[in-house]
Design a protein around this ligand. Structure first.
Ligand SMILES: CSCCC(=O)C(=O)COP(=O)(O)O
Ligand SMILES: [Zn+2]
Length: 216
């Protein structure tokens, strides 16, 4: 299906939900220094063909303007004529959509997600053991253990892309980029938001628990 054939109401619904999520995250100080980017998929999906709304690059994401988002295709090409530039990290969103079929992907930089990505860099994953909030990922077993993968950070963002496929775990809807931030996803914006809240809680817990224990 071409982008033009996706119902206008569907595109408007996505943009209004998108604005609300962005304002919510801004109120939590989740976009320091213009960092962070968000995307939401719209219309039919196959791994080879899909569309998503993504935040425009370099904007102050704490502000709400008519120029906050644009629609792009699976190759990151704008679907409509626009002067806006898609996020510099659109290639990460494209790859995660291609591999997972998610409906929304959120990327933020926080002190705790940066700290744990460095603390556990040698292991290439952050272990989380038996913490109740693991249930936010629909993992219900007693004393569940998850490993949140960490990929290297490169200034040239497309170099990060090939690192993603090898670390994805179907149970864990997120990954860390070393000393950069986290990307999380869900089948829609509300699930991706729930996952982001849970990850940020668990990263803070993992960091503080290490401090309390006095090492690794
Ligand atoms: C100012 S933070 C550096 C870029 C970055 O990591 C980020 O999340 C924001 O980039 P965007 O192009 O999406 O504004
Ligand atoms: Zn970033």
């Amino acid at each position: 299906m071409s982008f033009a054939n996706i119902a206008l109401e569907e595109k408007q619904r996505i943009l209004s939900e998108f604005s609300a999520v962005k304002a919510d995250f801004a109120s939590r100080s989740w976009f320091p220094g213009t960092s962070g980017n968000l995307s939401m998929r719209v219309g039919p999906y196959t791994p080879e063909s899909f569309y998503f709304a993504v935040t425009a690059s370099g904007k102050d994401k704490t502000k709400s303007t008519p120029e906050d988002f644009l629609f792009v295709d699976q190759d990151g090409i704008p679907c409509e004529t626009t002067g806006l530039k898609p996020s510099a990290e659109t290639s990460l969103h494209r790859e995660i959509y291609r591999l997972t079929g998610a409906g929304a992907i959120f990327h933020i930089h926080s002190v705790f997600n940066n700290l744990v990505s460095e603390l556990y860099w040698e292991r290439r994953s952050v272990p989380i053991e038996g913490v109740e909030l693991i249930k936010a990922f629909n993992i219900w077993e007693e004393d569940a253990v998850i490993e949140v993968p960490i990929v290297p950070n490169y200034a040239d963002v497309p170099r990060i892309v090939p690192e993603i496929a090898g670390v994805l775990n179907a149970r864990v809807p997120g990954l860390l980029i070393r000393k950069h931030g986290v990307c999380v996803w869900g089948r829609d914006a509300s699930e991706a938001k729930k996952h982001l809240e849970a990850f940020e809680f668990l990263f803070e817990y993992a960091y503080r628990w290490q401090l309390l224990k006095g090492g690794k």
